[in-house]
Design a protein around this ligand. Sequence first.
Ligand code: SF4
Length: 252
Amino acid sequence: MVWKISDETAFDTLGEEVRLTINGIPIRAPQNQSLLVTARANGFEIPTLCYHRDLPSEGQCRLCVVEIGEHPHTQIVNSCTYPTSPGLVVQTHSEKVMQARRIVLELLLARTPKAKLIQELAAAHGVYESRFKTDDPEELCILCGLCVRTCREVVGVSAISMKGRTPDKQVATPFLEKSPACIGCGSCAFICPTNVIPYTEKNGVRTIWGRDFELQACTVCGNYIEPKYQLEHWAKITGDPVETFFVCKDCR
Ligand code: SF4
């Protein structure tokens, strides 16, 4: 079991209703809602890798690009971070957009040639090989940053971060050592779209980011619940005694 992300959390600060067009169709949407959310709410599918509805958008993957404006004054923007505004003209699948997405997918295919998710997304866009150089054929991390943002924004401990610059950029613990801030909740591994974060559970011990976390057993049924560090973290956040969390949800 990992940290539960709320379905209700919203990060957009919405304003009054505005009118815009998406793919030539008139749309009404709250001002400042992202174009991605607006397009999807109106049935226009836009691919994403780094977007999650419960996290602030950062526009890392650039797969969600759309074209805004009218010919010849158009520009490509990240739909996950670009807000709606009155009269905006948006194209989600123009040739310019599809070309930009294919380049992003070629870059990702070069970075993570064995990542199934990327292979499938690339193939869906007609991309089967990449012109770009592969540094590590075994690499699976697409640098979407979902794990880093989940740890920071949802769990609230910032045990991992994005380090270095391309091509050596990576998600890592501070100084590549065992992070004392990590509570072993596993949320980062759970949210990773390419399952690249090693996570195991054996004999009452969860191992993640090189650290072993002893799991607390339920005081009623004896089944393992979560790492003791995680329960202590919950106790700190809620102000409840840590023993409150020593009973699993089935026994409550
Ligand atoms: S397991 Fe550690 S690094 Fe991963 S989200 Fe939880 S606290 Fe953060």
